[in-house]
Ligand binder design. Structure first.
Ligand code: GLY
Length: 399
């Protein structure tokens, strides 16, 4: 009788432990990529009925909100389609990716903001890398030339936004992300001016945007005559002196990318310093999905930003390839936690809901009361990218 009770108890324990067993991350990632393919097929059915538009977020009623190609996020949806084609090898996704990429082509002539790098690199850049359509070369090169017109030699930076009464030459940390287009243009045209602009921008930003603890300001404005710093402030963070979460992620990603493309050691060091600031931050929650600002009021009840987590995860997976084994282990542990939590029902939507975006709970701009706790196209993009990078890491390890 006693043995029977023990055996029943053991069986119950086994059932409980199998139910709570942590699923291997590779399984979680494959399942989440399958889910993303399904959501984006639904999204594309809707977008085909909206010529010239690209998904952005949802409106107050939870309905899909779109924009034309000029809005800074326009390249992320075509980029998601390219990654999902790369994952699935499904010809329909390739056709859709090409169709939606074509919708942003006109931005190659944009010279009145810096976002042309984001827009074209995520769409045409991925398209060229994944499907090798040669006609994309011209678009990327024209876009890089347009972006270069915003370089201010007296400052050493690409101007982000237009001048205003408040800021003569505003440069935001996000702008680090646009440099990838310039480095592509250098490699593919041999014109070293693209390289010089990218390195100058990254060096100037490293000097003036970062605080001694390696957190970054959001906006640094420069005097257009002397090139001196005119102001260090925020537009989307909690305060001028706070660490706006997505900005920190842009910085981490930007310097990791700069190291990949230039192999200059100072960029690797900068990326590692930023990673340490974020990983050791006392306000980084246990699940590693940052609050919208590392100094947000109301922590631990402050709003989370899934987009900041997705960008950070993607950057950490890449950074892990360039650092010591010890650091790589540490960075991957954080990225793995982020991917696993983003893929959980707490952050990942149910099929056919969330206007067909994959992730919920991102933040556009709390100070402007815009896009608070909503899906955002770039959160999906960097989440999908993080998963693809992680898969490739494992494929490389196996070979
Ligand atoms: N680049 C704009 C943002 O991160 O919200």
């Amino acid at each position: 009788m006693k043995t029977r009770i023990i055996s029943i108890l053991l069986s119950i324990l086994f059932i409980i432990s199998s139910c709570t067993k942590v699923r291997p991350l590779n399984q979680v990632i494959n399942e989440s990529l399958e889910f993303s393919v399904m959501q984006y097929n639904l999204m594309t059915a809707v977008m085909k009925e909206k010529p010239g538009q690209l998904p952005r977020t949802v409106d107050a009623d939870g309905k899909l909100k779109t924009e034309n190609s000029y809005w800074w996020t326009s390249g992320f949806y075509p980029g998601c389609l390219w990654y999902l084609f790369e994952y699935s090898n499904d010809a329909k996704l390739k056709d859709d990716a090409m169709m939606m990429t074509a919708r942003v082509e006109q931005e190659k002539y944009t010279t009145n903001n810096h976002d042309v790098g984001f827009i074209l690199n995520c769409s045409f850049g991925n398209g060229l890398r994944i499907a090798g359509d040669e006609s994309y070369n011209e678009v990327l090169l024209t876009g890089a030339k347009s972006l270069s017109t915003r370089f201010r030699p007296e400052i050493g930076c690409i101007q982000s936004w237009g001048s205003s009464g408040k800021w003569q030459c505003p440069v935001i940390i996000d702008n680090m992300m646009n440099l990838e287009l310039l480095l592509w243009a250098f490699k593919n045209s041999g014109d070293s001016s693209f390289y010089k602009i990218a390195v100058s921008h990254a060096d100037t930003t490293m000097k003036y945007h970062f605080r001694p603890d390696y957190s970054t300001y959001h906006v640094v404005s420069y005097d257009t005559l002397t090139g001196a710093v005119q102001a260090r402030q925020t537009a989307q963070g909690f305060s001028d002196e706070s660490a706006w979460s997505r900005g920190q992620s842009w910085g981490l990603y930007g310097y990791t990318m700069m190291y990949r493309e230039t192999k200059l050691d100072r960029y690797l060091k900068q990326a590692e310093h930023i990673a340490e600031f974020l990983i050791n931050n006392p306000n980084m929650p246990e699940d590693k999905i940052p609050y919208w600002d590392y100094n947000a009021p109301g922590i631990p009840n402050a709003t989370r930003d899934a987009s900041a987590a997705a960008i950070m995860a993607s950057a950490l997976v890449e950074l892990s390839k360039y650092v010591s084994q010890e650091s790589a282990k540490k960075y991957l542990k954080v990225a793995e936690t982020q991917i696993r939590n983003l893929a959980s029902p707490l952050y990942r939507a149910e099929a056919g809901t969330n206007a067909n975006f994959v992730l919920m709970h991102s933040v556009g701009s709390i100070p402007s009361d815009s896009e608070v706790d909503v899906p955002l196209t770039y959160a999906d993009y960097y989440f999908i990218e993080a998963m693809m990078r992680y898969r490739n890491l494992n494929i490389m390890k196996r070979n």
